[in-house]
Ligand binder design. Structure first.
Ligand code: FAD
Ligand code: 2HG
Ligand code: ZN
Length: 485
């Protein structure tokens, strides 16, 4: 980029947000390096606006200078979508200063919040007012509402409350041309044409910048009871899930499965945690029941489920947390798996979804194929079984150079896994999105008609490809018309 043009843009950005909110020097790795340490980029600048008007002016200034923007929240994404490329020509637009909770409307059961608010801060504010904002995931202390919306994040409560898309009633967005669209109506019914919010949710910053959202709240359950069970197989976990639906109905708010190798990584890297059932059982499950009556009622329901499961043989052993601290410790085991994987070294992730009923066959077949083709590859299998969403991850063989393993084996290994996902009619991205890591895979696994429609939407909303270019879609060659038109 021509230096005087660059200086001109930096000057304009400083005038909009203040000189101290335009970062160009020092260690910018918090913004330039992705969470998984897969790629390090270089930003032209990190810009931190304070409000929606400033975001609009920043977008306008970048558009005039023909400079692209990478919206960023907590930078906890898993698919390299929130960091700049290595060109030094992209502006990282960090929403971290826009964290106000604008309004909690108790009668409407909604909260309107700015995009940079941390998920945990939102949960806590809602809880203090007696409401539940149910989105929950291990990154909640660092990820933001805008990032949750940008990726349509899932987490551990989806089987009862849905993913972020289902929790969102309205958005405020700065478009690629710098206009502000205020769609923060908070209405549960509004059939006035195309529902624009759904275009921006899950668009990973490629269509515009989400600056605020109106989200659904729920009454806070009287009690949440957590159990932890060990099981002989994944088939048994699916059987337990069926029993849990029958016994607990809509009270079932969490059902997470964890393979024994995934748990061994938690034991290895976080020895201070007590991980129950260290034996040979193949899988463990964390189950959560939310009860609107009382704790004793919830506990009795969960215990009767586990009794039935022990009798049927799908559960080998189980504990029910007796205190909130015990419940947290059990959840903490599950939530520590991504961190334990990171400690173990670079790894390959497959965030896939498959019909729950077909998951055991998928895993049996795919495990065998991987062991045949990549001897010693270590399967880190866990995830949101209640949603049919597995984190079917792979760690390099014990003692191997993980970087070399990824360099040489990631492509063929992904090809094997995603061919299996196709065979089982699944999805190659259940909750993390596409970013740049899965962009080529999307082109291989999505239908040409769907890809053509997605490109048409991108070009209509962001004709100059300024918004997070290179994420989700490759725009070359440009489609000449909507397929079938
Ligand atoms: P970022 O990483 O900053 O951005 C993610 C994407 O959204 C990027 O494409 C970015 O450009 C875009 N974006 C960010 N803000 C905006 C905005 N305001 N407007 C438009 N686009 C925007 N994910 C799950 O779904 N379920 C899980 O259970 C889960 N668990 C996790 C556990 C750990 C330990 C970690 C590290 C991550 C986990 N994630 C999970 C992934 C990640 O936390 C989520 O995707 C989260 O929603 C990202 O939020 P963020 O603020 O960090 O977004
Ligand atoms: C989780 O469910 C996250 O813990 C992260 O989605 C998954 O690290 C992963 O593969
Ligand atoms: Zn997950």
């Amino acid at each position: 980029m021509n230096p005087s043009k660059k200086q001109g843009l930096l000057q304009a950005l400083r005038a909009i947000v203040g000189a101290d909110q335009v970062l160009t020097e020092g260690d910018l790795s918090a913004w330039e390096l992705d969470w998984r340490k897969r790629e390090r980029g270089q930003a032209l600048a990190v810009v931190r606006p304070a409000n929606t008007e400033e975001v609009a002016l920043v977008v306008q200034a970048c558009a005039s200078a023909d400079v692209s923007i990478v919206p960023q929240g907590g930078n906890t994404g898993m698919v390299v979508g929130s960091t700049p490329d290595a060109s030094g020509t992209q502006v990282v637009l960090s929403l971290s200063r826009m964290k106000r909770i604008r309004q909690l409307d108790a009668a409407n059961l909604t909260v309107t919040v700015e995009a940079g608010c941390l998920l945990q801060t939102l949960q806590e504010a809602c809880a203090a007012a007696g409401f539940l904002y149910p989105l929950s995931m291990a990154s909640e202390g660092s990820c933001t509402v805008g990032g949750n919306l940008g990726t349509n994040a899932g987490g551990t409560q989806v089987l009862r409350y849905g993913n972020t898309r289902e929790l969102c009633l309205g958005l405020e967005v700065v478009t690629a041309t710098g206009e502000v669209w205020n769609g923060l109506s908070g209405l549960r019914k509004d059939n006035t044409g195309y529902d624009l919010r759904h275009l921006f949710i899950g668009s990973e910053g490629t269509l515009g910048v989400i600056t605020a959202a109106t989200l659904k709240l729920f009454p806070m359950p009287k009690a949440m009871v957590t159990a932890y069970a060990s099981l002989p197989s994944l088939d048994a976990a699916v059987q337990l899930l069926g029993l849990a639906h029958q016994h607990l109905s809509s009270g079932l708010t969490g059902f997470e499965v964890m393979g024994s190798f995934a748990l061994s990584l938690v034991r290895k890297h976080f020895p201070q945690q007590h991980v129950p059932f260290a034996g040979d059982d193949a899988f463990c499950v964390v189950l959560e029941l939310s009860d609107h009556d009382c704790e004793a009622h919830g506990r009795a329901l969960l215990e009767s489920l586990l009794e039935a499961a022990l009798q049927s043989g799908c559960v080998v052993d189980a504990v029910v947390a007796q205190t909130q601290a015990q419940a947290q410790a059990l959840w903490h085991i599950r939530e520590s798996i991504p961190l334990a994987q990171a400690q173990e070294g670079l790894n390959i992730k497959h965030d896939i979804s498959i019909a729950v009923s077909r998951i055991p066959d998928f895993v049996r077949e795919t495990d065998a194929a991987i062991q045949g083709a990549f001897p010693g590859a270590r399967m880190v299998n866990y995830g949101h079984l209640g949603d049919g969403n597995l984190h079917y991850n792979v760690q390099a063989p014990e003692g191997a150079d993980a970087e070399a393993f990824l360099r040489e084996q990631e492509k063929p290994l992904n090809a094997l896994v995603y061919a299996q996902v196709d065979r089982f009619n699944g999805s190659i991205s259940a909750e993390h999105g596409i970013g740049s890591l899965k962009r080529e895979k999307l082109a291989e696994h999505k239908s040409p008609v769907a890809l053509g429609l997605m490109r048409a939407i991108k070009l209509a909303l962001d004709p100059h490809n300024h918004m997070n270019p290179g994420r989700v879609l490759a725009l070359e060659p440009l489609p000449s018309k909507i397929p079938g038109a």
